[in-house]
Write a protein that binds this ligand. Structure first.
Ligand code: NDP
Length: 595
């Protein structure tokens, strides 16, 4: 498909001014502090509604080779890859009651993956599984995670409904001593932190929110007891309810159409609209799927990543909204003033096309104007959905736009925007997840490395890693997270390759009789320079964006935030760094001891 902006004319000057005005409306002084986690008064909102609350088991005491923290795709794929390397002595410790991570927690109605299932779901050739639809829904993906668990014998390694509450490095034994919420004591040579990316719900700290007397929940803890129905079933308890939803990001885009069908009245409280392109989902063509030749999935995954990172492959195998919108990298390193102008124009046109789509769907021009996104395509995740915008043509759906200011306050009975109270029975937070908080806060424990120094202390002036994976002072700890690591539209491409890197690294260490491995300060400094070098025009670009988690809510950057960046270049280049490191054979930049 590839970028199709022909025929779209824009006024660069006007759009620059409009983007700046929209940004100005949204600038705030509290930045990241505007969100509270689901702590304190919201602790109740963080309960696991899906797991058996009466589950018990005996505490275990054991020695193992590897403890993997997290049973989402990163943790599962690490387990698969460790076995591929012949390492079978490992544990996966997971807070939830099953595998799946994101897909365990997110069961809100309409939940699906916005990346094509043929590239998103890992190991399709290995499992022989054919996704039923081009864009798979959450129940199918969760089911696929369970299938992976069964196919690759991961269940026998898993400790579910278990939270790690301590991990302490012991210099004498060169091992991690790990304790859990269920009294387990596990000693392991390696710890792989494969959780903590997008799982900690965040709630906006809106004045009065704790006073609300109706039902409140976060989208990742959906209360079907209250709404009725299920992820795929009509919510039959909402017919006489006034439902409010805060947020219009990628989650809300999927949940709103289902709420619009079911709620007596639905109030969508909007601060910043999302850009929403065509989805065009459909059943998988079985004949086509069966005709795919061995090796097809890796080829498709790599081709998709090239297509959405500006590498413009000769063939666009996926050819969907993503590859169209992201075809041109509009925050690449600037080669000349003409190149910069070209990128800006392309970005304006892509977003203009998405804004024009709103006019073709929304009947009321005032509502249409409020649903148009005025910021660059890399400022927030572009969404794709065919039922979101049409929802606003329904008489029971009310778009309450705060003109960038957000919600003023919450009362016992409703939500106030611009002095007007909207009474509601139920308030749903589609307000996202912690992305920019400290890693230890997100994983829920603070690893204690050499000399009793915790990760939080060690990273108090910013993360220091080699590839985002190894960190000095934390021997045999390997991290799969966004901090100083890769990033991809197809997130599982990033996670899968990182998992493989970790598993192969562990195998290399074992083969070479390595007792400990960690990053040297020099290599960490070099890696930071690589990260800065890969930013391209990104740093300049985000200054034109409206606030969001991509730009730390536009908080003034401090040293810590400046070092917590992701590798902004192509994911394939990030992978090349990992491959080169392993291929060198002597762990360049790592401090290793033998024993
Ligand atoms: P986001 O963080 O993307 O969106 C949060 C929403 O809440 C934004 O619209 C934000 O507005 C709004 N908000 C926050 N505070 C207030 C306030 N005080 N008043 C009004 N509105 C407020 O969260 P999501 O859950 O949508 O997405 C989380 C992550 O999950 C993203 O990375 C997303 O890409 C990913 N995701 C991926 C999917 C996939 O298919 N791959 C599907 C769903 C989610 P504002 O923009 O103004 O800050």
């Amino acid at each position: 498909m590839a970028e199709q902006n022909e025929g779209i004319e824009v006024s660069v000057e006007e759009l620059r001014a409009k983007y700046a005005a929209e940004q100005l409306k949204r600038l705030r002084t509290d930045g990241l502090k505007q969100f509270s986690g689901l702590k304190e008064q919201f602790e109740e909102l963080d309960q696991d509604p899906y797991a058996d609350p009466n589950f018990t088991r005996d505490a275990i005491t054991e020695e193992t080779e590897v403890v993997i923290v997290g049973g989402g795709f990163a943790g599962m794929l690490t387990g698969v890859d460790l076995q591929n390397q012949g390492i079978t002595n490992f544990r996966i410790v997971e807070k939830g009651g099953d595998f799946g991570g994101t897909w365990y927690w997110n069961r809100y109605p309409g939940c699906m993956c916005d990346v094509e299932s043929y590239t998103y779901l890992p190991l399709l050739e290995e499992t022989g599984y054919m996704p039923t639809e081009r864009y798979a829904s959450a129940p199918e993906i969760f089911g696929y995670c369970q299938l992976l668990g069964r196919t690759f014998n991961l269940y026998e390694h898993a400790l579910f409904q278990t939270i790690i509450n301590g991990a302490v490095w012991d210099d004498n034994s060169n091992r991690w001593n790990i304790t859990t919420s269920r009294g387990d004591k596990i000693s392991s040579k390696y710890i792989v932190i494969a959780g903590g990316i997008l799982h900690k719900p965040k709630v906006p700290g809106i004045p009065g929110i704790e006073k609300f007397k109706g039902r409140m929940f976060h989208t990742s803890r959906w209360d079907y007891d209250y709404t009725g129905g299920g992820p795929r079933e009509f919510m039959d308890n909402l017919g006489d309810k006034r439902v409010g939803i805060i947020g219009t990001g990628a989650t809300a885009i999927q949940a709103v159409p289902k709420l619009a069908e079911a709620a007596g009245d639905l109030f969508v409280f909007q601060r910043t609209p999302s850009a929403v392109g065509v989805r065009n989902n459909g059943k998988t063509d079985e004949k086509w799927f069966k005709s795919l030749k061995p090796g097809w999935q890796q080829e498709r995954i790599v081709n998709f990543t090239k297509a959405v990172t500006g590498e413009m492959p000769e063939v666009d195998l996926v050819g969907d909204g993503w590859t169209d919108v992201m075809w041109r990298n509009t925050q690449a390193a600037v080669e000349s003033p003409e190149h910069l102008a070209e990128m800006e124009l392309s970005d304006f046109k892509t977003m203009e096309k998405l804004r024009r789509r709103v006019d073709t769907i929304i009947e009321d021009p005032e509502t249409a104007a409020k649903l148009k996104a005025y910021y660059g395509k890399n400022c927030k995740r572009v969404c794709f959905h065919d039922d979101y915008l049409p929802s606003f043509n329904k008489p029971n759906v009310h778009l309450i736009d705060s003109d960038g200011k957000g919600i003023e306050r919450v009362t016992e009975t409703g939500v106030v925007i611009d002095g007007v109270e909207y009474p509601i029975d139920c308030l749903i937070f589609a307000s996202g997840f912690e992305v920019n908080t400290d890693l230890d806060a997100r994983v829920g424990f603070d690893p204690v490395g050499r000399d009793g120094v915790t990760l939080n202390e060690s990273w108090s002036h910013g993360a220091h890693t080699l590839h985002g994976v190894l960190s000095g002072g934390f021997p045999n700890m390997m991290v799969i997270s966004l901090v100083q690591a890769g990033f991809g539209t197809n997130f599982v491409h990033f996670l899968g390759r990182s998992a493989r890197h970790v598993a192969e690294l562990i195998k290399l260490c074992e083969d070479q009789g390595i007792a400990t491995i960690e990053a040297t300060p020099e290599a960490e400094e070099d890696w930071l320079m690589v990260l800065y070098g890969a930013i391209g025009n990104g740093a300049e670009y985000v200054t034109t964006c409206t606030p969001g988690y991509f730009n730390n809510e536009m908080s003034a950057p401090d040293e810590k935030a400046a070092k917590g960046l992701v590798y902004a270049g192509s994911l394939l280049n990030y992978h090349a760094h990992l491959d080169e490191f392993r291929a060198a054979g002597d762990f360049p930049g790592a401090l290793v001891t033998k024993g």
